[in-house]
Structures are given as structure tokens and as C-alpha cells.
Design a protein around this ligand. Structure first.
Ligand code: C2O
Ligand code: CU
Ligand code: CU
Length: 493
């Protein structure tokens, strides 16, 4: 199990729950793995200072089977950071690895030099000290390594965590907000194991399909069970996988309310039975557990699975991970509801959430087109060197691909080749204007920073953050595609 604390829950010897962080009690031979809850670092409670240490460690995902992993202030993943709108938060990120790293604040609207992308390298032994001005609405964000060429491997080994922005408006809604009790961060990742130890697959097929695994971890635990109160619970779903796209639903097909996309709360809650979540995407949902019944969050097949079958043949498809990618439903996480202390949170999802002035497409001053290239030719030529590029150009740190004027609004048309690619753009939130030339899908609404390009999409983007000394990135969030060149950079000035 990861080294951070978890709520203790025994199954079999009478259910027992405590909200404090302590290791899993294993008095019962049938004790199930619990859902670990990453420790919460609240910036206000810490005088607006947050210290992160990037470290190597050992994690026993299965008892007695330690794996080499990476984490922030621990051996795998990192603490949940909570910051408030209007505050300035001082970060100190110390790199104790023997390799370079960076920490990117995915979804945070901050200037380029604070962004933690490939240009803000933290060398071994060095400490990076950005002060982050938090000037955006409440949202569930994500932080992770973004060192060029090694992002996929460092994230796979554990360098990711959850970043929460809160504000008055959100607090006024009475949403479930007791961290780890009725407000749960859920970092969903698939990983490959052999004899209980994490393996890091690589090679040509991996560059193409991304690292996928036969096991789904939530907050670093395989097949966890979460104890939840018999009332409305907020789940903050974070797809922290390198490549896998989830199609999430509940095993009893119960509906739930989707309340927030990457950029923050929606205008209205949307009742759903299924939610697609691509790598890098986040969604907040409200689920009612008042009936007390045990239920599982499950996923259907990856939207890219059939395409991978056509590309793949051997490799992943013949392996256990291939099987996992194709089986109809897989359990992500089980919930065991039980009565717990009452809270002040509301009993049902509100209809109206947060009003939002939608940007006006008529104000867009220019259009740009991005084609996410994935070519077979390059793969044939050089081993592992897939032709991954955007607009025909593989990523080059020394080349600025686009120059945008600060304060402008633009429309970016993004299309992709071969697979569904999640496009992510740093330093902005955008609206989906069109998908496949039509009105966007129900799931396209809200302020976004990562969106799945199945059909070509048109994104309406406002560039309010400067990036002149250090550019912002746009890239596919299948991390192996990004590392292989499906990334570009732009300045805003
Ligand atoms: Cu979540 Cu450029 O990344
Ligand atoms: Cu990002
Ligand atoms: Cu891609």
C-alpha cells in the first residue's frame, strides 16, 4: 500500500471506521484493501507555504511485494493541495531524485514561468520556489511531472497529485466538502503488475498505445473499498492514467449528478448514468448513497480499444492488459455506505450551480488549426520513434509554434489521426464550440482544459495569462504521445 494514511476499515470482524490517518489494520485475515486518502495540505492552514519533496521510494501495492516508485512527500502519488481563490501560495519543490523533474500545475491559470512545464526543470538536489497567484474559480486540478521525454515514466511511477481550488461561491452551495469523508479525491490509474510488482512496459507498441495496465488503482490501491456515509457524496474523479480512457458508471446503473468539469463548477448539475474521462480530465460528481447498498464504480472498454486492436495484433493485445482493455466492465472502486455523523451538506444535488458568462465566439480574432499526427511511417523507420507530431512537426523545445496576443480570444480547430487523443492546453480554459461540425455533446460543456478529440473539435479560447519568457504547451495527454512529440508550444504576449 502507498505510504500515506488511510481510513481504517475492517471487513469481517465487524465494520470499523475511523477518519484519522493510520495504517490499515489487518487483524482480520479477510481485511480488504481500503481506499487510501492522500493527506490534505491546506495552504491557509500552513501560512500559504507548501513544501513538496519529489522522492523515490518503495511501494507495496500488494503485501510483501515492494515496487520502485516515485512520489511527493511519500512513496507514490502526493498529498492533496488545497488553495483558495485570491491567495498567493508559496511552493517549495525539492527534487531528491537523481533525475530531472518538473511539477506542472495542470489547470491552474498562471503565467508561463510558474507553469511547471518542460522549461521549469528542477535539477537533482535543486528546489523550485514559485509563488502561485490563485485567481480562478473553485475546481479540481491536478499536478504532475512534465519533464520532457520522461513525463510518461515519471507519472507512471507515481509523480501526480490532486490540487483543489476553493472559493466562497462553492462554499455557498452546501456541497459535500468534508475531505476524505463525503468529499473524496479519486485518482484513477491503470498499471501493469507482475507477481504483485509494478512493471513499466516500454517499446514501440507502448509509444503508440501508451502504457496501459491490467490493474486499476484508485489513489494507489488496487481494488479498493471506500467507506462512505449514507448520504450525498462528492467524488472528484481524476484520470491520472497515462493513456486509458474510462467510461464510468455504477454497477446498478444508478444515476448521479455531474457538477464540475476541469475548469470548475457547471452552470447546472447534469444527471448522467455514464461519464467518459480521458487522461488529464477531471470531473466532480454527486452520488447518493442513502439507500445503504454496496455498489461499485465500473468502467466500460477504452474508447481507443478497437483502434488499438487494428494497430496492434501482438504486443499489448495478447497480454493481460489487452484483456483488461477489452473486457466489458471492470470494477474501479467499491463503495460500502454506512451511517456516519450528520453533516451540514445538502441532501440532494442542487439544480443551479454557478452562473458563468460564456465567452462570445463572435469576439474570436483568429483561427488556428492543430492536427495531431500519428503516422505509421515513422514507426517503421526507427524503433520506438513513432511519427508523433502536431501539424507535421514533432515537439522541439527550441521552436515556438504559435504566438498569441495576451487578452485575445481565438478559435482552435483540433483534429487527430488514428486514435482518440485528449488535447490539453496550458494556461487557459476553453469552451467546446463544435464537435464534428455539429453542436457539442452534453459532456463537452463547461470550462475545460482537456478534451477528447474523437471528432474534430472547435475550441473557443481566451488567453489571459502571459507566457513570453517561458511558453505554454499544448499536447496530447496520452503521455507517451506527448513524450514522443505530439506537443507544441506557444507564447502569449
Ligand atoms: Cu497535465 Cu501538459 O499536462
Ligand atoms: Cu497542463
Ligand atoms: Cu495522442
Amino acid at each position: 500500500m502507498p505510504s500515506f494514511g488511510r481510513r481504517s476499515l475492517l471487513v469481517g470482524g465487524g465494520l470499523l471506521l475511523s477518519a484519522c490517518s493510520r495504517p490499515l489494520a489487518s487483524a482480520s485475515g479477510t481485511a480488504e484493501a481500503n481506499l487510501p486518502i492522500p493527506p490534505l495540505l491546506d495552504a491557509r492552514q500552513q501560512g500559504q507555504v507548501i513544501n513538496l519533496r519529489v522522492q523515490a521510494g518503495k511501494t507495496s501495492f500488494y503485501p510483501g511485494r515492494p515496487s520502485d516508485t516515485l512520489g511527493y512527500n511519500g512513496s507514490y502519488l502526493g498529498p492533496t493541495l488545497r488553495v483558495q481563490r485570491g491567495d498567493d501560495v508559496k511552493l517549495a519543490v525539492a527534487n531528491s531524485l537523481s533525475a530531472d523533474t518538473t511539477v506542472h500545475w495542470h489547470g491552474l491559470l498562471i503565467p508561463g514561468e510558474l507553469d511547471g512545464g518542460p522549461h521549469q526543470v528542477i535539477a537533482p538536489g535543486a528546489t523550485w520556489r514559485p509563488t502561485l497567484p490563485i485567481r480562478q474559480p473553485a475546481a479540481t486540478l491536478f499536478y504532475h511531472s512534465h519533464v520532457h521525454g520522461l513525463t510518461a515514466e515519471q507519472v507512471y511511477r507515481g509523480l501526480a497529485g490532486v490540487l483543489l481550488v476553493t472559493d466562497e461561491e462553492e462554499r455557498g452551495l452546501g456541497l459535500p466538502s468534508e475531505y476524505g469523508i463525503d468529499d473524496l479525491p479519486l485518482v484513477i490509474q491503470d498499471r501493469q503488475f507482475q507477481d504483485g510488482r509494478l512493471v513499466v512496459p516500454s517499446g514501440m507498441m507502448i509509444a503508440m498505445q501508451g502504457r496501459r495496465g491490467d490493474t486499476i488503482l484508485v489513489n494507489g490501491a488496487p481494488n479498493p473499498l471506500a467507506a462512505v456515509p449514507t448520504r450525498l457524496v462528492r467524488l472528484r474523479l481524476v484520470n491520472g492514467s497515462n493513456a486509458r480512457i474510462y467510461d464510468l458508471s455504477f454497477s446498478d446503473r444508478r444515476s448521479f449528478h455531474w457538477i464540475a468539469a476541469e475548469g470548475g463548477l457547471l452552470e447546472r448539475a447534469v444527471e448522467l448514468q455514464n461519464l467518459t474521462l480521458a487522461p488529464g480530465q477531471r470531473a466532480e460528481v454527486l452520488v447518493d448513497f442513502a439507500d445503504g447498498r454496496t455498489v461499485s464504480l465500473v468502467t466500460g472498454p477504452d474508447a481507443n480499444a478497437s483502434m488499438m486492436g487494428m494497430m496492434g495484433g501482438a504486443g499489448m493485445m495478447g497480454s493481460r492488459s489487452g484483456a483488461a482493455a477489452h473486457s466489458p466492465t471492470i470494477t474501479v472502486l467499491r463503495f460500502a455506505p454506512r451511517p456516519m455523523a450528520k453533516s451540514g451538506a445538502r441532501a440532494s444535488a442542487p439544480d443551479l450551480l454557478v452562473p458563468r458568462v460564456r465567452p462570445d465566439p463572435a469576439k474570436a480574432l483568429r483561427r488556428r488549426r492543430l492536427v495531431l499526427n500519428m503516422g505509421m511511417g515513422g514507426m517503421m523507420r526507427s524503433r520506438g520513434g513513432m511519427a508523433m507530431a502536431i501539424n507535421g512537426k514533432p515537439f522541439d523545445m527550441g521552436r515556438i509554434d504559435e504566438r498569441v496576443r495576451l487578452g485575445d480570444m481565438e478559435i482552435w480547430e483540433v483534429s487527430g489521426q488514428m486514435l482518440n487523443h485528449p488535447i490539453h492546453i496550458h494556461g487557459v480554459h476553453f469552451d467546446v464550440l463544435r464537435r464534428g461540425g455539429e453542436r457539442p455533446d452534453l459532456l463537452d460543456q463547461g470550462a475545460r482544459d482537456t478534451i477528447l478529440v474523437k471528432e474534430p473539435v472547435e475550441l473557443l479560447i481566451r488567453f489571459d495569462q502571459p507566457a513570453s519568457t517561458a511558453p505554454f504547451m499544448y499536447h496530447c495527454h496520452i503521455l507517451e504521445h506527448e513524450d514522443s512529440g505530439m506537443m507544441g508550444q506557444f507564447t502569449v504576449s
